[in-house]
Ligand binder design. Structure first.
Ligand code: FEO
Length: 170
């Protein structure tokens, strides 16, 4: 059974939202690099890769369900943050917003009795719990490191160890 026109439109919007997230984190990665925080830059770069994977998951799903993918312009992200903390505060806020979008998709699946879509979205529902928890944890750590260059350096080293593992979305 193909997805409804409304579902197709909403998932296409989500592809754009995930690509925007990717662009936002890539911008943060570049900004962290400029601030000489290479570990933070690495963390945000991997976050960028994850967001592209999220977008691709939705893209593949539209095609699998016989829908049409329509790519649209990606809004330019912010390019300047005052501090590593400002970047992580925005990350937390942004992920909470993405969660609301994913919840909207899950609600639409229920409304349309599209159980297959609902099942597919549940991967993203769980992923968002993790995304928000991780961003929140790091945000607290950055707050604790404020005004303490040694602690910030240690955190930077820790964030530098993050590696990209392609998610299996299904
Ligand atoms: Fe695609 Fe960070 O959620």
């Amino acid at each position: 059974m193909a997805i409804s026109e409304t579902m197709e439109k909403k998932i296409n919007e989500q592809i754009n939202a995930e690509m925007y997230s990717a662009y936002l984190y890539l911008s943060m990665s570049c900004q962290a690099q400029d601030m000489n925080l290479k570990g933070f830059a690495n963390w945000f770069y991997i976050q960028y890769q994850e967001e592209v994977a999220h977008a691709m998951g939705f893209l593949n799903y539209v095609q699998e369900r016989g829908g049409k993918v329509t790519l649209t312009a990606i809004e330019g992200p912010k390019t300047q943050w005052d501090s590593a903390l400002a970047m992580f505060e925005e990350t937390c806020k942004h992920e909470a917003y993405v969660t609301s979008l994913i919840n909207g998709l899950a609600a639409l699946a229920v409304q349309e009795n599209d159980f297959a879509a609902g099942h597919f979205f549940s991967w993203y529902v769980k992923e968002q719990v993790e995304e928000e928890a991780t961003a929140g944890e790091i945000c607290s750590e950055v707050k604790m490191a404020q005004g303490n260059p040694g602690a910030l350096l240690m955190l930077d080293r820790e964030l530098g160890t993050r590696t990209f593992v392609a998610p299996i979305i299904k």
